[in-house]
Every structure is written in structure tokens, then in C-alpha cells.
Design a protein around this ligand. Structure first.
Ligand code: TRP
Length: 335
């Protein structure tokens, strides 16, 4: 079977939480172990984070935390190409060349831009108020990330599917204009689980209802004690299928552990006891990874070395692709 590239980018914007872990990090790492026909490229999309944040220290801190998390969770740099977007300047050049192929109308419809614009109009502001070209062109940069490595499969969240359609469209336009050059990529929607947050809504940084990944033991217990429950007393049978707490058990426990907890719910376990059990379960799973995480956080130079080595490994491929693209668009030597 022909080999293909599976590629995804992670924008460093904050500290990863348990929702990211179950929804993206863990399944993406599992995939690298289960799909022998793919070469995997997982990179830190730090150019992308400039769109939303000008706080350099925050981006740097988040980049370290994101990489430390992926490494702690078991990402193997021998098996997976991991690198930082900004270490591959080829991305920026390809971004420009693709900008000259991308239709503006296509980007007008991109949802990140469109929703801000609609919001401006609804609030009687100038329609492009507060919108940077970076935000507007964001899908082109993402397209450059993908096409640079001929990625075929791009695991993303549902919110990114439109961007993959845009990437296919741009790749198709380029191929049509200059001859067959780029693989047409497709989104693969994760089989990752969505985790509910402490307050019962989807776990999300923007709701402030998350449990940070690799929290120290004490804080993890405190966070888990905050998960919403109802006012039922110990001894009253509880409905596992309407409980955020039980959802957490399902997300982290083995089938046996989940079945046992279901019995305990029906048998009237008190909320405090159930929370303590959940804490023990998550803490047990996290402990070895947390130790690695803390080690990387204390030694960010190790992460830098891994990223530099990763960039060095993939750079020749990026350079070769860009050389072909430059030639095709007519950026050529006079000799
Ligand atoms: N835009 C993506 C996100 O916010 C991150 C990203 C950047 C990406 N470049 C990419 C994802 C290329 C997949 C492929 O989630």
C-alpha cells in the first residue's frame, strides 16, 4: 500500500486541559501507533497564534506546555515528525505563493472571518473593524502547512473542516493552473471523546470550566471536588446516565471500573465518595505522565532540542517541495 502523510497543527493558546487530552492528544498519539501506512507530522502552529495574541511570553509558555504535554502523553519523536511551524520559513513563502492563487471570495466565506464581520455589522460597527489580514488569511497559512508536506489526512476538530475544504480548493486551483503539484488533503474528524466541564457544559477554556492536564495531585483533587452534582444524599440511588461525574468515569475508566461505578451509583454512593474514587482513578493514570511533564517543564531546553531536530529532519522535504513550486510559478534563475 502506498504511504501517505497524516499531518496536524496545534495552535499554542493556553495550557492543555483534560478535554484536549481525551479529544485530541490521546487519540492522535494512538493513531501514530496503529496506522503503519502513514508518516505523521504533528507541529506547533506558532505563526497561527500571532493572530489572536501579541503576548510573546504567553505564546512561548503555552508552546512549552503544549509540547511537554504531547511528549509526556507518549508522543515519540522517533516515530513522529514534530517541529515548530516558525522554524520552517518555507511555510511563509509557500503561504505567499498560495495567496496569489486563493480566491478572495473563498476566504470571505471562512467562518472565523465571517462571524467577526457579521458581529460587527450586527453591532453597527464598520464591517472589518478589528479584523487583521492575519485573521482573514489564516486558512491560506494553514493550507501552506498542509501542502508543504503533501499531507493526505488532516485530523482536526469539526470547526476546522471548512478550512480543509479551502485547502483542497486552493490545491486544486494551483494544480489546474501550474500542473499537478499538490496532494488534495482531506479532514479526518477525530474519534476523540468530548469531555464535559466542571459546570456541565462542554469543557472549554472559554467557559473557564476546565481541569488542567497534569495538575499537581492536590489541585487535581480540588478541581474534581468542584464537578457539579445534584443535592441527592448518600444512600439515595443515583442516575449514572445523568451525571457529569459518571461521564468522567466513562472517559477514564476501564469497562470493569465503569460497570462497578454504575453499581455504586445505583446503590447510592455519596457524591463525596464518588469524587474521591474518580480522583484516585485519574490521578493513578496521570501520575507517570505528570512526572515526565514536570521534567520537560523544568527543562524547556530539551523541548527546544527536540523541535530543532524535528525541523532539521523535515526541512529538506520542505525545501524540495518549495523548489518545485517556485520553478512552476516562474521564480527561476536567469542562468
Ligand atoms: N488552525 C488549526 C486550529 O486552530 C491549527 C492548525 C494550523 C492546523 N495549521 C494547521 C491544523 C494545519 C491542521 C493542519 O486548530
Amino acid at each position: 500500500m502506498k504511504r501517505h502523510v497524516t499531518l496536524t497543527g496545534i495552535t499554542p493558546s493556553g495550557t492543555p486541559h483534560l478535554g484536549n487530552y481525551l479529544g485530541a492528544i490521546r487519540p492522535a498519539i494512538e493513531k501514530t501507533r496503529l496506522d503503519p501506512n502513514s508518516d505523521f507530522y504533528y507541529f506547533l502552529a506558532d505563526y497561527h497564534s500571532l493572530i489572536k495574541s501579541q503576548d510573546f511570553d504567553k505564546i512561548k509558555q503555552s508552546s512549552i506546555e503544549v509540547d511537554a504535554s504531547w511528549l509526556a502523553a507518549g508522543l515519540d519523536p522517533e516515530r513522529v515528525q514534530i517541529y515548530r511551524q516558525s522554524d520552517l520559513i518555507e511555510t511563509a513563502e509557500l503561504n505567499w505563493i498560495l495567496s496569489c492563487v486563493a480566491a478572495k471570495g473563498l476566504l470571505n466565506r471562512a467562518h472565523a472571518y465571517k462571524s467577526l464581520r457579521d458581529d460587527n455589522i450586527a453591532n453597527e460597527r464598520e464591517e472589518d473593524n478589528g479584523i487583521s489580514m492575519g485573521l482573514f488569511c489564516y486558512p491560506v497559512l494553514m493550507t501552506a502547512d498542509i501542502l508543504l508536506f503533501d499531507a493526505k489526512f488532516v485530523p482536526v476538530g469539526a470547526d476546522q473542516v471548512q478550512h480543509l475544504e479551502i485547502a483542497r480548493d486552493i490545491a486544486g486551483s494551483f494544480n489546474h493552473r501550474y500542473g499537478d503539484t499538490f496532494v488534495l488533503p482531506e479532514a479526518t474528524i477525530g474519534d476523540g471523546k468530548l469531555l464535559t466541564g466542571l459546570d456541565g457544559r462542554k469543557m472549554s477554556k472559554s467557559y473557564n470550566n476546565t481541569i488542567q492536564l497534569y495538575r499537581p495531585e492536590k489541585q487535581l483533587r480540588k478541581d474534581i471536588m468542584k464537578i457539579v452534582t445534584n443535592s441527592q444524599l448518600p444512600g439515595e440511588p443515583k442516575d449514572p446516565d445523568n451525571s457529569v461525574l459518571f461521564e468522567f468515569f466513562q472517559a477514564f475508566g476501564t469497562a470493569e471500573e465503569v460497570a462497578e461505578m454504575r453499581e455504586s451509583f445505583l446503590g447510592g454512593i455519596g457524591w463525596g465518595d464518588a469524587k474521591e474514587k474518580l480522583f484516585q482513578l485519574i490521578n493513578r493514570q496521570m501520575a507517570p505522565e505528570r512526572e515526565k511533564y514536570d521534567y520537560y517543564i523544568a527543562n524547556p531546553g530539551l523541548i527546544e532540542d527536540i523541535l530543532q531536530a524535528g525541523a532539521a529532519k523535515v526541512r529538506p522535504q520542505a525545501q524540495a517541495k518549495l523548489a518545485d513550486v517556485r520553478y512552476k510559478v516562474g521564480i527561476r534563475s536567469f542562468k
